[in-house]
Write a new protein. Sequence first.
Length: 103
Amino acid sequence: MKAIDYSLNRWTQLTRFVDDADVPISNNWVEHIRTIALGRANWLFAGSLRAGKRAAAVMSLLHSARINGHDPYAYFKDVLERLPTHPASRIDELLPHRWAPPS
């Protein structure tokens, strides 16, 4: 009964997409932001400013790897294995948008 009351009390908001074609019927795209919002509170306790900056850099690389269609685990594994012998002058080759999995 509570679910029906909830729906009836919000009927205008729930059917808004019928009147405006620009309003999406689903909000699933917002769910991708949930991990960032949940992490935001956790990142407040990184231990120090320096640790927070490192965590932000790692999370940025992880997200960039995903955006570029890479498996984050495979990306990090390969980059960390290559890093000790990779020339510093060519470090940009290891960034997610330029990285290629080993053949």
